[in-house]
Design a protein around this ligand. Structure first.
Ligand SMILES: [Zn+2]
Ligand SMILES: [Zn+2]
Length: 343
């Protein structure tokens, strides 16, 4: 009889269940990982919309159970699984920027498996070069923050060369924005945040945001100027994905400020970009090939804040409860445990 594994599937609007799927198998450099923790990201939006299907989740930390022909990893290695299935050969992949690869591999065809692409499951398949070994002194839950919680804003702050001399604006305090506050405070920068949700305002403050302002306030520009000696913030990161946010955030920057997007919505007026001389960066994820050690040090330095950021933990069979919570926004980063909640 074919071996089965448990995975989450969406069956309709606000309906999900744990289903059995055929166990995937490793082959070549495609490694099989038992998932210890799957940080939850935006999958709840597919659940709300009732977008049917499985293979949910692009964030995972687990342990290698079958290394196949990999020479980089062995059975028992604890690893962070990076998103997607970049080819490993193109200019973007060779620079470690696998997230921007346009030649994604088809792991199911390569291994003859019928599942194994999603993190909301007991096992995952991944090319070995997209698995980053977790140092022994870093816990599995902390390693799980080195995906979407810290990753996009880690890259943004690197590219903006954010330092302790800077005041940074964090637009939106969902899990990515809260992670941006953790990164900025660990660097030593001063943080001003924009958020409406009372739970997230309180969490942003607890993580070290000096001020959390209402993004709809008619005098927002004046408030920011009052807090920055009249000039505006040195740097900003847009995480809200609100269509209206980009031009507002642009106006809150000082001349020659730096602006990063980890979002996908909205537009900017070119005359204001040029007029203010703004440096703009598009940041999707982080580069584990080039900056893995720096990221692991960031995780170590941020430990107490990461414990605050991780507000909820669920076993996989409670995934509907977890989605319901995420829809309220009364949470920071939420962790799902496909093989049982770690004690
Ligand atoms: Zn590639
Ligand atoms: Zn994510």
């Amino acid at each position: 009889m074919e071996a089965k594994i448990l995975t989450v599937e969406i069956t309709g609007p606000r309906a999900a269940l744990v289903a059995e799927r055929p166990e995937p198998s490793a082959a070549g450099d495609v490694v099989k990982v038992q998932i210890l923790v799957a940080p939850m990201c935006t999958e709840w939006q597919s659940w709300r919309a009732g977008k049917p299907g499985g293979e949910l989740g692009h964030e995972a930390v687990g342990v290698v159970v079958d290394a196949a022909q990999s020479t980089r990893l062995k059975r028992g290695d604890r690893v962070i699984a990076m998103p997607h299935w970049g080819c490993g050969q193109c200019p973007a992949c060779r620079a470690g920027e696998h997230i921007h690869c346009t030649e994604q591999r088809d792991l199911l065809a390569e291994t003859g498996s019928r599942c194994g692409l999603g993190g909301y499951a007991q096992f995952l398949l991944k090319p070995d070069y997209l698995l980053f070994p977790v140092p022994d002194d870093i816990s599995t839950d902390h390693a799980a923050m080195a995906l979407c919680a810290l990753g996009p804003s880690f890259t943004a702050m690197q590219r903006m060369q954010l330092s302790e001399r800077d005041t940074v604006l964090v637009s939106g305090c969902g899990a990515v924005g809260l992670g941006a506050i953790v990164n900025a405070r660990t660097i030593g920068a001063r943080v001003i945040a924009l958020e409406l949700n009372p739970y997230r305002i309180a969490l942003a403050r607890a993580l070290g945001a000096e001020h959390v302002l209402d993004p709809r306030a008619p005098d927002l520009i004046e408030q920011i100027r009052d807090l920055t000696g009249g000039y505006g913030v040195d740097a900003a990161i847009e995480t809200s994905n609100n269509e209206a946010a980009p031009p507002v955030v642009l106006e809150l920057l000082r001349p020659r400020g730096r602006l990063s997007f980890v979002t996908w919505s909205g537009a900017l007026p070119v005359n204001r970009i040029t007029g203010k001389g703004i440096d703009i960066f598009g940041c999707w994820h982080w580069n584990h090939d080039r900056h893995g050690d720096q990221m692991m040090q960031r995780v170590r330095d941020a430990r107490p804040l990461l414990d605050l950021l991780t507000t909820h933990r669920f076993a996989m069979d409670a995934v509907s409860e977890a989605f319901t919570l995420q829809e309220t926004g009364h949470c920071g980063k939420v962790l799902l445990y496909p093989n049982g909640v770690a004690s």
